[in-house]
Design a binder for this molecule. Structure first.
Ligand code: NAD
Length: 535
């Protein structure tokens, strides 16, 4: 361990950290929001503000039978909702777009109170919901209208593929992006004519409820989106048991359980899971640009971001220059429990997250890792703050080498040969996101094809791919199944139904033709189709 690793700056504690002074957390507003949880109200769970540890809300808990009744309401509403005009459903999303931009300050306040993240990272959620709403509102017709396909006999068989809604979609969302992970996956499901039963993570129920309230204000009828609340192991299985499709975002461990239960019911699921994402900084990279991107790549939302970077492979020729530029930026980051756009790093969400981060760093240090920056919890800033931490000399014996930390911790590795860097980046079982910094974009594109992960950003941290809503986002290998965003993100909520209309001839002998003659005719027709280059 270095004698004196760098320390990021701590911002001054905000003397006015009073949740009840926040509009979205006014006790009357909180009561209104919590009234939307589908629960018989027999049990409650207290949530706390990560910034200070103060109590935030006493959230009604749903039982498995509450989940069943929420699903029954969603099912009863679905046919009427699916029969509404697609233009009207798109209008709801366009209204939501405007509402989230207009009300961004209230939304961001609430996200910050519930998750403890820095304000600029909370804004990313507002922007992501707005982009997703606009994108699907403007593309839904293209993706959902019946599409013609090639028929059996040219001109004589006309085929149309309909997109039939799955029915009731179950959404199980995590706490790390509590507003956009609650809303954005549901928007294409709504457009496709589904209704929703949604379980947000227990830490961040209010952000999800605010999203649903805004959707209703935007024009979504009541009952279309049901929110239930409770521990995943207690009510997650009931959701899977009562819906027609599951959209899950969370850890690989839970994703496996969700997939197993969904498979047992023969329903589909999409799984957006964990990662141990690599960043490759090639010898011709712009060092200053790479160092700036690396800070965002590693420490946005205090590293509690599925696409954030936890491993950095740096070309030997520029290793020292990059390390110094990166560490300089890390040490000038501002950590604070406040609501200012000046703050670069917020809090972790829970004692469990703080424990994981502390354990990973302490284990690495005990086994010989060098701390280049950070490396310690900062209770002086807030109970769950941890410094942005950069490690060197991490090896496979250390827990943080291959396991996701999901916190503000990154390990630096030197490479001399690009093929070796690609192989090391592909090590392990995850495959979510990667980033490449180089001046040679053509080379980066060819490297991207050799990386086994669902998204690759060239000369950007994660936002280029994640913010390009027209392109699919998701993981390979143990980072997930299926994709959000793009056509894939809406088609997953539909059953393709082929409707073929036959004219004039039939698919059988006609006009007294024998079966033998028919077979000969068919054989000749098949040969002809190939010669005519028909697919
Ligand atoms: P988690 O799997 O513990 O929880 C995620 C959600 O699943 C929560 O709502 C939780 O209540 C619920 N859940 C827990 N057990 C369940 C069960 N048995 N059945 C059904 N639902 C259950 O995840 P976490 O540790 O809280 O979240 C962090 C993880 O999520 C990280 O691994 C991160 O990489 C991943 N994540 C991935 C993405 C992505 O898009 N790929 C986005 C955000 C987070």
């Amino acid at each position: 361990m270095s004698a004196q690793p760098g320390r990021p700056m701590a911002g001054p504690a905000d003397p006015e950290l009073d949740p009840t002074a926040t509009y979205a957390l006014d006790p009357r507003r909180v009561g209104q929001l919590l009234g939307r949880v589908h629960s018989s109200g027999l049990e409650f769970r207290q949530t706390h503000a990560p910034f200070t540890g103060q109590p935030l809300a006493s959230v009604p808990q749903s039982s498995p039978s509450d989940v069943a009744s929420a699903a029954a309401i969603a099912r009863a509403t679905q046919t009427t909702w699916a029969a509404t005009d697609l233009r009207g459903r798109s209008e709801v999303l366009l209204n939501l777009h405007d509402l989230v931009l207009d009300r961004q300050n209230d939304i961001i306040d609430l996200i910050q109170w519930e998750s403890g993240k820095a304000r600029k990272h909370a804004f990313e959620e507002v922007a992501h919901v707005a982009m997703t709403a606009r994108y699907y509102a403007r593309t839904a017709r293209r993706y959902l209208n019946p599409q013609p396909r090639l028929g059996l006999y040219p001109a004589l068989t006309r085929v149309r593929v309909n997109r039939v809604p799955k029915g009731v979609v179950g959404i199980i969302s995590p706490w790390n992006y509590p507003f956009t992970m609650a809303l954005s996956d549901g928007l294409p499901a709504l457009l496709a004519g589904n209704t929703i039963v949604h379980k947000p993570d227990s830490h961040t129920v209010l952000s999800a409820l605010l999203g649903m309230e805004l959707l209703e204000e935007a024009g979504m009828p009541p009952d279309v989106w049901q929110i239930v609340s409770g521990p995943g192991p207690a009510i997650g299985p009931a959701i899977i048991d009562h819906v027609d499709y599951v959209c899950f975002t969370g850890s690989t461990r839970t994703g496996r359980e969700v997939a197993t239960r969904a498979a047992d019911r023969l329903i589909g699921c999409s799984l957006e899971l964990g990662g141990k994402n690599p960043m490759l900084i090639l010898r011709d990279a712009n060092v200053s640009r790479a160092a700036e991107g690396a800070v965002r790549a590693c420490f946005s939302s205090a590293g509690q971001l599925c696409v954030s970077m936890e491993r950095m492979f740096i070309a030997d020729e520029i290793y020292d220059r990059f390390r110094d530029a990166f560490i300089g930026r890390v040490e000038s980051m501002r950590m604070a429990a406040d609501f200012s756009y000046e703050t670069d790093l917020g809090s972790l969400i829970s004692p469990a997250q703080l424990d994981t981060v502390t354990t990973h760093v302490d284990d690495a240090v005990a086994k010989g890792a060098e701390v280049l920056a950070g490396g310690q919890a900062r209770p002086d800033v807030g109970p769950l703050f941890y410094e942005p931490t950069v490690l060197d000399r991490v090896n496979p014996r250390m827990t943080c080498f291959g396991n996701e930390t999901f916190g503000p911790v990154v390990s630096l590795y030197r490479f001399t040969d690009e093929a070796d860097a690609i192989e090391r980046a592909n090590q392990g079982s995850y495959g979510l996101n990667a980033s490449i910094y180089t001046r040679d974009v053509a080379r980066a594109r060819s490297i991207a094809q050799r990386l086994r992960c669902g998204t690759v950003n060239i000369n950007e941290a994660y936002g280029a791919a994640f913010g390009s809503i027209d392109s699919p986002m998701g993981g390979m290998r143990e980072s997930g199944l299926g994709r959000r965003q793009g056509p894939e993100g809406i088609h997953r909520y539909t059953e393709p139904q082929a409707v073929a209309t036959q004219r004039l001839v039939r698919y059988a002998p006609m006009l007294g033709m024998s079966d033998e003659t028919y077979v000969k005719l068919q054989t000749a027709a098949l040969r002809l189709m190939k010669k005519a280059h028909r697919p």
